[in-house]
Design a protein around this ligand. Structure first.
Ligand SMILES: [Zn+2]
Ligand SMILES: [Zn+2]
Length: 422
């Protein structure tokens, strides 16, 4: 995922949730963060409660249950229902006991095996995500319970290892039935507000229709990358990368590394990755890039030209850096394609003169569908995505608060994943 809640684009908004009859005295009202449902100019959201019912003019009667984990400290005499979680508190993470989430209709309760730490998580305090939130939206876990209406057996039944789109949605609307639950009008993104407990916890809840079983051949350290890899696939698809393309990927975070791996997997003629951090450049080479360049000395365009290669036909921006974006536009040839897969939270100044005369196609990529996850798992299972080295560190939940601070500085680590069972 590559957004920051509460960003300037307003795709998420803070909404005060009313206390529902099903919420048993769990503390004060919770703010939930919910997805822009589309059709509202500027992405503004209307208020609705955490137990919101679909508006009366919709045919479905689906109801999204409240996430009843809340953020209340667990009373000592109820520890049977408790779990440990890293809770956003005053801009930092604090590991403490809290109530377990309860799977509602159409939902799965997962025991988290691994949760990836994403730049979006690190940016959460600055983005205004409220205290009490359990972050974490990249996950692999085991189904340990199911909500009403969900079969306890089968491929997504109890005991199955799954990955999931980090979303709780209605399961009944056109978007949900079409495999696009993040665009459900009821969607709540897991790990972005107290209304939907994230994966930096022993347990979390996702929608069954957003979950997929993990093939046996895919280890946890690779399966936990399903979310950024699905985002990368989406970007590569939106750019229409094919066998004739020379691809330049800007930025070698998890999505950039995934974009390189996918570009190679679909047979692109050349794949070059640009990133200022040596560790990330080395990971990029392991993910299928034929070259990895350092933009720091003289800029992205200078570093690319020094390779002596032909111009890229596709640039995938996973950097969020204005300089990189300008360099990519400069490098693209006539008819080239630019896909912006990173959320730019600040305005960028782009010289568009050359883009105009080169008649570039510019597109954006922000999300993913169930099919992107399915293709990702298929590719991971068949070994066609060489991403085994991307997760460089697995840490315990107790180590996460320190990592949450240290990872904000340039680091020699790749993807860090949390194992809440430790
Ligand atoms: Zn992410
Ligand atoms: Zn829906």
């Amino acid at each position: 995922m590559n957004w920051v809640a509460g960003d300037a684009d307003g795709r998420f908004a803070d909404r005060r949730a009313g206390r529902s009859a099903t919420r048993r005295a769990l503390g004060g009202p919770a703010a939930i963060w919910a997805l822009h449902a589309g059709g509202k100019r500027g992405g503004q959201l209307s208020d609705r409660s955490s137990t919101a019912v679909l508006p009366a003019d919709r045919s479905s009667t689906a109801v999204l249950p409240a996430d009843r984990s809340s953020t209340a400290v667990l009373p000592a005499d109820e520890d049977a229902d408790g779990m440990r979680a890293a809770v956003l508190t005053g801009g930092r993470l604090v590991v403490r006991d809290m109530r377990q989430p309860v799977p509602g209709p159409g939902q799965l309760l997962l025991r988290v095996r691994l949760a990836g730490v994403c730049a979006t998580d690190l940016a959460a305090p600055a983005a205004g995500i409220p205290d009490g939130t359990v972050l974490g939206h990249e996950l692999v876990g085991d189904v340990v319970d199911v909500g009403p209406g969900v079969a306890a057996g089968g491929l997504l039944g109890i005991g199955r290892r799954v990955v999931a789109l980090p979303v709780q949605s209605c399961g009944a609307c056109v978007a949900c039935l079409g495999g696009d639950p993040v665009h459900c009008p009821m969607a709540r993104i897991v790990g972005t507000g107290p209304g939907a407990t994230g994966a930096f916890a022993e347990l979390t809840v996702v929608s069954r229709h957003a979950a997929l079983p993990v093939p046996e051949a895919v280890p946890d350290e690779v399966a936990v990358l399903a979310e950024p890899l699905a985002a990368a696939l989406r970007a590569v698809r939106r750019a229409g990368v094919g066998t004739a393309d020379r691809v330049l990927v800007l930025g070698a975070g998890a999505i950039g590394l995934g974009a390189a791996a996918w570009a190679r997997a679909v047979g692109a003629r050349d794949v070059v990755v640009s990133d200022p951090l040596p560790m990330r450049r080395s990971l990029a080479l392991g993910c299928g890039a034929s070259a990895a360049i350092d933009p720091s000395p003289g800029g992205t365009a200078v570093a690319y030209r020094a390779l002596g290669r032909k111009r890229p036909t596709v640039v995938v921006d996973c950097s969020g850096a204005e300089e990189a974006l300008c360099g990519g536009i400069d490098l693209l040839g006539r008819g080239g394609r630019l896909v912006v897969a990173h959320l730019h939270t600040e305005p960028v100044r782009l010289g568009l003169r050359s883009a105009h005369f080169k008649e570039l196609t510019v597109t954006f990529s922000a999300w993913y569908e169930v099919d992107d996850f399915a293709r990702t798992l298929e590719a991971l299972s068949s070994g066609s995505l060489p991403v085994a080295g991307v997760v460089t560190d697995v840490i315990a939940l107790d180590e996460l608060p320190d990592a949450f601070v240290s990872l904000r500085r340039p680091t020699s680590q790749g993807k860090v994943a949390v194992d809440p069972r430790r």
